[in-house]
Design a protein around this ligand. Structure first.
Ligand code: MD3
Ligand code: FE
Length: 205
């Protein structure tokens, strides 16, 4: 379903087997070196969702090749198959060119984690962002490009859902006001929620 121009939600895009495979990969990526870390903001706060990056390491508010706010190790490589998955996601949702994805940001939410309203503007490309959800259902808040307040649309994101944000939605404010604990598919073996976003850096390599 199209939520706004360029913002398309495909519930259940990943079947149970593909969800489990992606979860296994996320667990590997979360291991040190350059594994799961707590994101500290320049103002001295900490994000409640913990994160691991592939390809380029994000820290508020720029990208680098090493995990300066973690163990200092080089960021893990972005696998080719993940780029193929991203292109397939775009092909299934939007018209337009097939992007060459080179960044994955993986956010791990426990029951109390949230993400405040923000825009993703640290990439130098306007290619669509691909979002994949695993585990617990969350409330995803999709706003507007002008303000971090109303009007916005709340959508439930469930395990296996795909969301693609391109065109005029690429710079919209968005956030995750809540996670519904205990709603993950019983067979998946995940407590909490995972979100994988695929992005094009637009940087010279
Ligand atoms: C709309 N992640 O990683 S996914 C993020 O569920 C982020 O972890 C949330 O916001 C999460 O930056 C929301 C949906 C999402 C991701 C990226 C977007 C929506 C977006 C980029 C541009 C516009
Ligand atoms: Fe975001």
């Amino acid at each position: 379903a199209q939520i706004a121009p360029g913002a398309v939600h495909l519930p259940g895009w990943l079947d149970a087997d593909h969800q489990r495979e992606l979860l296994d990969s996320c667990r590997e990526w979360a291991r040190p070196p350059a594994g799961l870390r707590t994101v500290r903001t320049p103002g001295g706060g900490t994000m409640t969702a913990r994160q691991v990056c592939l390809g380029w390491h994000w820290y508020p508010y720029a990208y680098a090749r090493t995990v300066a706010d973690g163990d200092g190790a080089p960021v893990k490589p972005f696998p080719r198959w993940l780029g193929e998955l991203g292109r397939r996601a775009v092909r299934d949702t939007l018209a337009g060119p097939a992007p060459d994805y080179d960044i994955a940001l993986i956010n791990f939410y426990d029951a109390d984690a949230r993400m405040g309203m923000h825009r993703d503007s640290d990439e130098k490309s306007d290619a669509p962002v691909v979002s994949l959800s695993l585990g617990d259902t969350c409330v995803f808040r999709f706003g507007n490009t002008e303000t971090r307040t109303r009007p916005y649309t709340d959508v439930e994101l469930r395990s296996g859902d795909l969301f693609v944000f391109g065109g005029p939605s690429r710079l919209a404010y968005h956030g995750v006001p809540r996670v519904h604990a205990g709603t993950a598919p019983p067979g998946l073996g995940l407590t909490g929620r995972l979100n994988i976003t695929l992005r094009v850096s637009g940087f010279r390599h």
